[in-house]
Each structure stands twice: as structure tokens, then as C-alpha cells.
Design a protein around this ligand. Structure first.
Ligand code: GLP
Length: 241
């Protein structure tokens, strides 16, 4: 695990963008695993800025997102389909046919999980971007999720719904379930880039870096992965000794 410490959110976003742009330069057909949430937003802003300034093309890039809420139409502003479209896809030249997110409205959700896992297997993710939940979740893999899980339907922890309620009118509106890549799906990617910013993530980052591996703390599985880079800012690293 390589840890890159930066001073703040902006620096984290810039370093992460440099990291990914280098990968795209080396491999214009990169398969990129993407995340939602506040953490990668600044990274996406940097990629958009780079596109404007340097014209980096994503024509041959494939993107595969971690998760999607169940029951929110893709058109709902809080769906991860909308998040990705607004915050990244519509600003790049990436063909929409190359961008994958789980379909949280599928009539047969179980079948959708199987379909999504086969996309992951077929495309093979080169670099997976991850944020981290305050309880150590990655994607929507909540504490207690088996490390052997592939894409599945998950019930969100109440603390996760609370943390995400800031995007909704009220906590009642936050979906209770989601489809998420499983821990085993995430572990299939060749490389992982985990981002963490701010004091709210300090406990989780501290726990992650303690080195203890347990299904009660999903991100700890990353210690089993051969190629992980963490870019974290001073706030997120504030209680790491
Ligand atoms: C969300 C997402 C995760 C994300 C995490 C942290 O619920 N499913 O993919 O990494 O929680 O979110 P944020 O970056 O907003 O703190």
C-alpha cells in the first residue's frame, strides 16, 4: 500500500487526476472503475479542466461504476446515474455505450447483479477509484459483508443513510437498498486508488492503516490487494501516528 499525503481536498483531487491521466496516457483504452460521493467530485472537476485545457480524449476509455441505489429512477437527481452524468460524463467525449452503472430499476435485480459482474469480468478493471465510508464501507459494502461477495443487493447501514441524507430532502427519501460491486469484484481490479479527505474520515483511515483485516471493516480487505495507492489529506490522516 502506497500512501501519498497531501495538504487538502484540492491537492488530493489534483494528485488523483494526475494519477489517472498518466494511466490514460499510457493506455487510452483504460477500463476505469469509478465512484460517487463528495470525495471524487474534485477529481472529476480536475479531469474536466484537463479536458478543456489539454483535450485529453476518453473516446476509448470504459468506465464501470461501483454502485447504484435501488428504486431511484436513473433520471432522479440523486441517482448515481445522474451524479455521473452531471459531474463527469457530459463534460467528456466518453461514448455513453462505454459507461456502465448497475441498473437499480431492473425488474429482476438478482439477474442484474449477475449481468453486472459479467461486465466487470469481460472488461477487466485496470484502475478502481474508491472513497471510504465513515464505517469503512467501500462501494456499498457495509461492515459484515463477506470478502467473497461479488455484485449483490445490499441493505444500507442506517449510518450510511444518515451520511448520504445531505443530498436528499430528508432521510426518509434515502433508498434503503443498493446494488453494489462486491468486495470480490473490487479486488479483481488490477490497481486501486483510494481517496480520503477531511477529519470526518480520520477514524476510518486510522482503522484502515492499523493493518487489522476484518469483514467488520470492509476497506481492510485492501491489505490483501497487491497494488493499492491511497491519496489522503492532512485531515484524513490527522489521527494516524
Ligand atoms: C457512499 C458511496 C461510496 C463512497 C462513500 C463515501 O455511500 N456508496 O462509494 O465512497 O459513501 O462518500 P463520500 O465521498 O461522500 O464521503
Amino acid at each position: 500500500m502506497e500512501i501519498i499525503q497531501v495538504s487538502n481536498y484540492e491537492e488530493m483531487s489534483k494528485r488523483a487526476a494526475e494519477f489517472l491521466l498518466k494511466k490514460i496516457e499510457q493506455n487510452p483504452s483504460l477500463a476505469l472503475g469509478l465512484a460517487t460521493g463528495s470525495t471524487p467530485k474534485g477529481l472529476y472537476e480536475q479531469l474536466i479542466l484537463d479536458r478543456k485545457e489539454h483535450g485529453t480524449s476518453y473516446e476509448h476509455v470504459t468506465t464501470i461504476n461501483l454502485d447504484e441505489y435501488i428504486g431511484l429512477p436513473a433520471s432522479n437527481p440523486n441517482s448515481y446515474h445522474s451524479f455521473m452524468k452531471e459531474n463527469l460524463f457530459r463534460h467528456l467525449d466518453i461514448p455513453l455505450s462505454n459507461s456502465y452503472l448497475p441498473n437499480g430499476e431492473a425488474a429482476d435485480l438478482q439477474k442484474e447483479c449477475t449481468r453486472y459482474e459479467s461486465i466487470i469480468d469481460e472488461k477487466g478493471i485496470d484502475v478502481q477509484v474508491l472513497g471510504i465510508g465513515q464505517n469503512g464501507h467501500i462501494g456499498f459494502n457495509e461492515p459484515g459483508t463477506s470478502f467473497n461477495q461479488t455484485t449483490h443487493i445490499t441493505t444500507l447501514a442506517q449510518s450510511t443513510r444518515q451520511a448520504n441524507a445531505r443530498f436528499f430532502q430528508s432521510i426518509e427519501e434515502v433508498p434503503k437498498q443498493a446494488i453494489t460491486m462486491g468486495i470480490a469484484s473490487i479486488m479483481k481490479s488490477s490497481e486501486i486508488l483510494l481517496l480520503a479527505s477531511g477529519a470526518k474520515k480520520a477514524e476510518a483511515v486510522h482503522q484502515l492503516l492499523s493493518g487489522e483485516i476484518s469483514e467488520d471493516f470492509p476497506a481492510s480487505v485492501l491489505h490483501h490487494h497487491p497494488h493499492v495507492t491511497i491519496i489522503a489529506d492532512d485531515g484524513a490522516l490527522s489521527i494516524v501516528t
